[in-house]
Design a protein around this ligand. Structure first.
Ligand SMILES: [Zn+2]
Ligand SMILES: [Zn+2]
Length: 245
């Protein structure tokens, strides 16, 4: 008798979703499997629950990463930093005006604990952020907000894309400094080249892959970008899908 072994090597990272706030934003805990050092991406709120989740999985928080300055993604950042002392990285400086509005929008949404903050490190296109013994690439993807960034782990084929892209939809662009064409450009020129196999966590709703969205997403499928309407392509049988903030 021998203990069964697996030849499959341990992946360099693992990720766990923890939807937070009334908007069910996909806060994501990612960690370096070798060192158990973790980053929390987009701690919109419910910070005590996130800290408990780290403990439960034996993880040590090393970084707080922010995709963009909206309340549901960044509202718990100041509190998490206060509790843990770890550095905040991201978003891109063009989202400062959104971060500054957090206390005001928090009052409107009944989340009085949310505060503004200044990141320890602003991020830009092509930056690299480290986590334990591994690293993520930063991709600046404006359109939903001007300073939105995406965190991409090339070896694992994994991306946290915030409110840029969703399974079957794209982010809202009707806010100040939102821009529809810029968003479509960010998705098709910056995300698609990363590979069809890439699995992504969106800011809201279920995960998907870039390849699946290139086939079926009524806003950014290849046939749509090529000029067909969603109707002609048969991609929106139930009407225009919800776009998230
Ligand atoms: Zn959102
Ligand atoms: Zn947003």
């Amino acid at each position: 008798m021998s203990t069964p072994t697996t030849d499959r090597p341990e992946p360099p990272i693992r990720a766990m979703l923890a939807p937070v706030t009334p908007l069910q934003q996909n806060c994501t805990i990612v960690w370096c499997t070798k060192t158990k050092k973790a980053a929390i991406i987009d701690p919109g709120g419910e910070v005590d629950r996130l800290v408990a989740g780290l403990k439960q999985h034996g993880l040590e928080l090393e970084k707080i990463w922010i995709t963009h300055g909206h309340l549901d993604h960044a509202g718990g950042t100041a509190r998490l930093k206060e509790l843990t002392g770890v550095p905040v990285e991201g978003p891109h400086p063009d989202d400062q005006f959104w971060i500054d509005q957090i206390p005001e929008s928090a009052a409107r949404y009944g989340m009085p604990d949310a505060q503004g903050f200044t990141p320890d490190r602003w991020l830009g296109d092509g930056d690299v952020v480290t986590l334990g013994e591994t690293e993520f690439e930063v991709i600046h993807c404006p359109g939903h907000t001007p300073g939105h960034v995406v965190f991409f782990h090339r070896e694992a084929g994994f991306a946290q894309v915030g409110d840029v892209l969703f399974k079957g939809s794209i982010g809202r662009t009707d806010f100040p400094k939102g821009n529809y064409d810029q968003l479509i450009d960010s998705i098709t020129r910056k995300l698609w080249p990363l590979g069809e196999h890439v699995a992504f966590v969106p800011g809201h709703g279920p995960m998907s892959t870039f390849g699946a969205e290139r086939k079926t997403n009524p806003f950014v499928a290849d046939v749509i970008v090529g000029g067909a309407s969603a109707d002609e392509a048969g991609l929106a049988p139930e009407g225009v899908p919800k776009r998230y903030s």
